[in-house]
Design a protein around this ligand. Structure first.
Ligand code: 5GP
Length: 218
C-alpha cells in the first residue's frame, strides 16, 4: 500500500480565521459556505445577550444568554474576548478554541473588530484576519433590509455603526470586497490555502526536510 502524501500528513497548527465586516456585508454567508465546503473548519459559537432571531438555533448560531449569565462567564475567565456590539454583549468561549489549537484544527470566528483586536493580542501567531467590505453603502443598506429579521430601528443603528467598523480595515491581514459572492468566497479560500502552507505553522516540516536531506537516491 502506498503511504499518504507528505503534503497531507505533515503536522501543522490550526488556522484561527477571523472574519469581520459591518452587518450586511455578506460575512455570515461567506462563513457558512466555508464551513459547508471545508470540513477542516469548525465554527467558534459565540455567547450573546442579543435576542434570538426566528431563524437562529441555540448552540448552532449562538449560545443565547441572559446579561447575568454572560457576566458570570466573563468574570469567571470563560471568554477569550468579549465586546459590546450594537447594544448587546458578545463573547468567544475559551474552551473550544484552546482545544482546537491543541488538536491542530482550524477555527472560524465571526466576530467584530474589537474582538479581532483582542484575539490578535492574545494569539498573534495563530490569528489570520480578513475584513469583508460591501461594494457600496447603498448595497449594504439593501442587504440589511432584505434580511427582514431586524426592526427598522435596529437596521438604522447597524448602518450608523457601519462607518466606524469600516474604519478599522487597516488592522486586518486581508481585505476582500464582496461585490460578487462567488469571487469573494474564492478569495477567502485562497487566503486559507496559503495560510495553511506557512512554514511557521508547520512544525512537522523540520522532520520532513531532515528526512529529505538524509536520503541517498541512487
Ligand atoms: P449579529 O447580531 O448580526 O449576529 O452580530 C453582530 C456583530 O457581532 C457582528 O459583527 C458579529 O461578527 C459580532 N460578533 C458575533 N459574535 C461575537 C463575539 O463572540 N465577539 C465579538 N467581539 N463580536 C461578535
Amino acid at each position: 500500500m502506498e503511504s499518504a502524501s507528505p503534503s497531507a500528513t505533515i503536522r501543522r497548527r490550526g488556522v484561527m480565521l477571523v472574519l469581520s465586516s459591518p452587518s450586511g456585508a455578506g460575512k455570515s454567508t461567506i462563513a457558512r459556505s466555508l464551513l459547508e465546503n471545508d470540513h477542516e473548519f469548525e465554527l467558534s459559537v459565540s455567547v450573546t445577550t442579543r435576542p434570538r432571531r426566528p431563524s437562529e438555533i441555540e448552540g448552532v448560531h449562538y449560545h443565547f444568554k441572559t446579561q447575568r449569565d454572560f457576566e458570570m462567564m466573563r468574570d469567571g475567565g470563560d471568554l477569550l474576548e468579549w465586546a459590546e456590539v450594537h447594544g448587546n454583549c458578545y463573547g468567544t468561549p475559551r474552551g473550544p478554541v484552546e482545544r482546537a489549537i491543541a488538536g491542530g484544527r482550524d477555527m472560524l470566528f465571526d466576530i467584530d473588530w474589537q474582538g479581532a483586536a483582542q484575539l490578535r493580542e492574545k494569539m498573534p501567531d495563530d490569528i489570520v484576519s480578513v475584513f469583508i467590505l460591501p461594494p457600496t453603502m447603498k448595497e449594504l443598506l439593501a442587504r440589511l433590509t432584505r434580511r427582514a429579521e431586524d426592526t427598522p430601528e435596529i437596521i438604522e443603528r447597524r448602518l450608523r455603526n457601519a462607518h466606524h467598523e469600516i474604519e478599522q480595515w487597516r488592522d486586518y491581514d486581508y481585505v476582500v470586497i464582496n461585490d460578487d459572492l462567488d469571487r469573494a468566497f474564492a478569495s477567502v479560500r485562497a487566503i486559507v490555502s496559503a495560510e495553511r502552507l506557512r512554514h511557521e505553522r508547520r512544525p512537522g516540516l523540520e522532520d520532513f526536510v531532515a528526512g529529505l536531506l538524509a536520503e541517498r537516491p541512487e
